[in-house]
Ligand binder design. Structure first.
Ligand code: AMP
Length: 279
C-alpha cells in the first residue's frame, strides 16, 4: 500500500493505474477510522481494481467554534487498518497542500440550508469543496459515502449531477455498535455516563421507524421521537426533522420518500443519526 502527501504524487500513481486500464474507487474520510469507514473500504475493494482512501481532517468544513483542533487523529492505526483491508493508496495531505488563500469554493445552496446546515452554516460548502478537489485529484470511477451522513450524501449526489462529474456515488448503510449507537469518530469524546445517554438517539430512531406510515403527520412521528430524547437529562436536541429525501426540505406529511434525521448534543458532543423511509 502506498501513502501520498501531495497532489502531484497522487496524480502520478492514478495516471499509471489508469494507463493499465484499472478502475479506481475512492473512499473520502477524515481518518480515525472505525468499522463504519471499514464497511465503505470493503465495498470499494469488492467493486474496483484500485482502492484509494483519503485521510484528511478538512479544516474548511469546521466552523470557528467547532472541534477542528480536538478532532481525533491516529494515522498509524488508520494506515494499518487500510492495509489490512487491501487498500492500494492512502492520500494523507496537510492542509497547506490542499488550500492556498484565497481559495475557490463549491456550494450547493438549497440542500445545505436545512438540518445540519442550519447549525453549521459553512459545513457543506467545505464538504463540497474538499470532495470536488478529491474527485479532481483521484478521478475515481466510483466514490463511497455513508448513509450515516445522509444530508452529505444527498448533497454530493446533487453536486455530481449539477457539475457533471463522471463518477458513480455509492451510498452505504449505517454501521452501529451492538447496542445501536451509530459508529462515529466523535463517540470517543463521550465519557461512560454520556455513552449510556447517547443510546437515546437510536432508541428514538427505532420509535420513529415503528410509528411512521404513508400519510403520517411529521409532527406525530417527530413528537414521539423527541419525547424519548427529552427524557434523557444529558441530551439536548439540536434538531429532529423530517425532510424530502432528495431536496432536504421539511415535509409535513409522509407523501414521498423522506429522511428522518436528528442531531443531539450529549454533553458537549454533537451526534447525528437518521433513517430513510420509502413510500
Ligand atoms: P468521516 O471520517 O466522519 O468524514 O466519514 C467518512 C465517511 O464514512 C463518510 O461517508 C461517512 O458517512 C462514513 N461513515 C462514518 N460513520 C459511518 C457509519 N457508522 N456507518 C457507515 N458509514 C459511516
Amino acid at each position: 500500500m502506498k501513502v501520498t502527501k501531495t497532489v502531484e504524487e497522487t496524480r502520478k500513481l492514478v495516471k499509471a493505474w489508469k494507463q493499465e486500464g484499472k478502475s479506481i474507487g475512492l473512499v473520502p474520510t477524515m481518518g480515525f477510522l472505525h468499522e463504519g469507514h471499514a464497511s465503505l473500504i470493503r465495498r470499494c475493494r469488492e467493486e474496483n481494481d484500485i482502492v484509494v482512501v483519503s485521510d484528511f481532517v478538512n479544516p474548511t468544513q469546521f466552523g470557528p467554534n467547532e472541534d477542528l483542533e480536538a478532532y481525533p487523529r491516529d494515522f498509524k492505526r488508520d494506515s494499518e487498518l487500510c492495509e489490512s483491508l487491501g487498500a492500494d493508496l492512502i492520500f494523507n495531505p496537510e492542509p497547506e497542500e490542499m488550500y492556498h488563500d484565497p481559495h475557490a469554493f463549491v456550494s450547493i445552496d438549497l440542500l445545505s440550508e436545512t438540518l445540519c446546515g442550519k447549525t453549521r452554516p459553512i459545513h457543506f460548502k467545505g464538504v463540497c469543496t474538499v470532495v470536488s478537489k478529491l474527485f479532481h485529484i483521484v478521478t475515481p470511477d466510483k466514490a463511497y459515502f455513508g448513509q450515516k451522513d445522509a444530508q452529505q450524501l444527498a448533497i454530493i449526489r446533487k453536486m455530481v449531477q449539477d457539475l457533471n462529474f463522471d463518477i458513480q456515488i455509492v451510498g452505504c448503510p449505517i454501521v452501529r455498535e451492538e447496542d445501536g449507537l451509530a459508529k462515529s469518530s466523535r463517540n470517543t469524546y463521550l465519557n461512560t455516563e454520556e455513552r449510556k445517554a447517547a443510546l437515546c438517539l437510536s432508541k428514538a430512531l427505532r420509535r420513529g421507524m415503528d410509528v411512521i406510515h404513508p400519510q403520517a403527520d411529521a409532527s406525530e412521528v417527530l413528537g414521539e421521537m423527541r419525547a424519548i430524547i427529552e427524557a434523557e437529562p444529558l441530551a439536548r436536541i439540536d434538531y429532529v426533522s423530517m425532510v424530502d429525501a432528495l431536496t432536504m426540505q421539511p415535509v409535513e406529511k409522509v407523501e414521498k420518500d423522506v429522511l428522518v434525521a436528528m442531531a443531539v448534543y450529549i454533553g458537549k458532543t454533537r451526534l447525528i443519526d437518521n433513517f430513510s423511509y420509502e413510500v
